[in-house]
Design a protein around this ligand. Structure first.
Ligand code: UD1
Length: 364
C-alpha cells in the first residue's frame, strides 16, 4: 500500500508526524512525504522537521507564497507530476490550508482515493479561506477522519455517506503527547526571562484579525492593557509581523511594558510555554484544542470557531475582537475565574493508531 502524505504549512507538520510514525511500523505501508513548500521560513517549516523528528520530504514542491489562486495552482501543477510518477494507492491530507485542498483536488481528478484527517470542522463563515478549503476537501474525500461528534453531524448534513466517516480522535493531541517530555525539558522560559510570575501567551495570524489595521490596532491596544497585569509573550507569525510593521506605530512591535515579541517558535519551545501559561489568547485552531486538552484557559479572538467542542466541553471562550471584551475576559481569567473543562472523547493520544488501523483494513 503506497500512501502519499501531504504537508504544506505549519499546522500540518504536527498533524502528519504521529501518522507517518505509525505508518512506518507496518512494512506493508510505503509512506511517501510531500512538502508543498507553502511555508518555507526556517521557523515556519524546517524547525518543525527537527522538533518532530519528521523524515526529510521525498518531494519538495517549493511553491512559496502567492495569492490564493497562484499558490493553489502551483501546488496542483507540481503535485500532479508527483502522483503521475508515484501512482499511489492513497493520498492523505490533513487540516484546511491551501495545500490540503490543492492536493485533494489533484488526487480526486486522477481517481486516486483521498483520506482527510480533521474532516467535518465548520465555522460556517465562508469569508475564512480555510472554510472553503474544508468544505471542498471533504466533498472530494473517500475516507473522512473526524475529531468530534459535531464534525460527523456537519458531514452527514452535507450529504457525505455515513460509511466514509470515522471518529478517531485528534492527531493534534497525539502530537502534543509525543512532544510533551521534550517540551518539559526545554529551557525557553529561562531564555526569555519568564521564570517569575504568571504570563500570557498570545498568537495571532488570521487575515480577518491582522490584515485590517483597525482590528489589529484594537487587539494590540487591549494586549497593552493586559500587559500591565501579567507579562505577555507574543511569538509573531510572518503575516502578522508584516502588518504590524505597516502600522508604523512605535507603540506596537517593540519589547516594552511587559510585552515580549519573538520570532515564531519551534514546536518544543512553544509547547513548553503553553504548559506554563496562565492564559492563552489566540486565533489559531490547533491551540484552542491543545489548551482544552491541557485544561489551560484560552480566549479565542474570533467571533466563531470550527472547533465548538473546545467551547462546549473545554476551556475555550470566544471573545471576538472588541478591546473592552478582551480585557474584561482576560481580567476574569487572571483573577482565577475560569472553567476547567473536560477533555473530549478520544482525545487520548491514539488517533494515529486508529487511522492507520482503518487504512490497513480498507486496503486489505
Ligand atoms: C496559512 C493557512 C492557515 C494556517 C496558517 C498557519 C491557508 C489559506 N492558510 O496561513 O490556515 O492557520 O498557515 O501559519 O492555507 N510567510 C513567510 N514565511 C513563510 C510563510 C509565509 O514570510 O514561511 C508570509 C508571506 O508573506 C505570505 C504570508 O506569510 O504571503 C502568508 O502565508 P500563507 O501561507 O499564504 O498563509 P498564512 O497566513 O501563513
Amino acid at each position: 500500500m503506497k500512501v502519499v502524505n501531504v504537508v504544506g504549512a505549519r499546522p500540518n507538520f504536527m498533524k502528519i508526524a504521529p501518522i507517518t510514525r505509525e505508518m512506518n511500523k507496518f512494512p506493508e505501508i510505503h509512506s511517501i512525504l510531500v512538502h508543498t513548500g507553502q511555508h518555507y521560513d526556517f521557523e515556519m517549516s524546517q524547525s518543525f522537521f527537527q522538533d518532530l523528528d519528521l523524515p526529510k520530504p521525498d518531494f519538495h514542491l517549493d511553491v512559496g507564497s502567492g495569492s490564493h489562486a497562484v499558490q493553489t495552482a502551483k501546488v496542483m501543477m507540481t503535485f500532479e507530476e508527483v502522483l503521475e510518477r508515484e501512482k499511489p494507492d492513497l493520498v492523505l491530507v490533513v487540516g484546511d490550508v491551501n495545500s490540503t485542498l490543492a492536493c485533494a483536488l489533484v488526487a480526486a481528478k486522477l481517481r486516486i482515493p483521498v483520506a482527510h484527517v480533521e474532516a467535518g470542522l465548520r465555522s460556517f463563515d465562508r469569508t475564512m479561506p480555510e472554510e472553503v478549503n474544508r468544505l471542498l476537501t471533504d466533498q472530494l474525500s473517500d475516507l473522512l477522519f473526524v475529531t468530534s461528534p459535531d464534525a460527523v453531524d456537519n458531514l452527514l448534513r452535507e450529504g457525505i455517506a455515513r460509511e466514509k466517516i470515522h471518529s478517531v480522535g485528534n492527531v493534534m493531541i497525539d502530537s502534543l503527547c509525543l512532544c510533551k517530555e521534550k517540551a518539559v525539558a526545554s529551557d525557553v522560559r529561562t531564555r526569555l526571562g519568564l521564570e517569575d510570575g504568571p504570563y500570557v501567551l498570545l498568537t495571532l495570524h488570521r487575515p480577518s484579525n491582522v490584515d485590517d489595521p483597525v482590528i489589529l490596532r484594537n487587539i494590540l491596544k487591549s494586549i497593552r492593557q493586559i500587559s500591565s497585569r501579567a507579562r505577555v509573550l507574543f511569538p509573531v507569525h510572518p503575516r502578522t509581523a508584516a502588518q504590524i510593521r505597516s502600522l508604523r506605530d512605535p507603540e506596537f512591535g517593540s519589547n516594552s511594558n511587559g510585552i515580549t515579541f519573538t520570532n515564531p517558535l519551534g514546536r518544543i519551545d512553544f509547547l513548553n510555554l503553553l504548559l506554563g501559561a496562565s492564559l492563552v489568547m489566540t486565533d489559531s485552531g490547533g491551540i484552542q484544542e491543545e489548551t482544552t486538552f491541557l485544561q489551560i484557559p484560552c480566549l479565542t479572538l474570533r467571533d466563531n470557531t470550527e472547533r465548538p467542542v473546545t467551547v462546549s466541553s473545554g476551556t475555550n471562550r470566544l471573545v471576538g475582537t472588541n478591546p473592552d471584551k478582551i480585557l474584561q475576559a482576560a481580567i476574569e481569567v487572571l483573577s482565577g475565574d475560569w472553567k476547567r473543562g473536560q477533555i473530549p472523547e478520544l482525545w487520548d493520544g491514539h488517533a494515529a493508531e486508529r487511522i492507520v488501523e482503518i487504512l490497513r483494513r480498507e486496503f486489505r
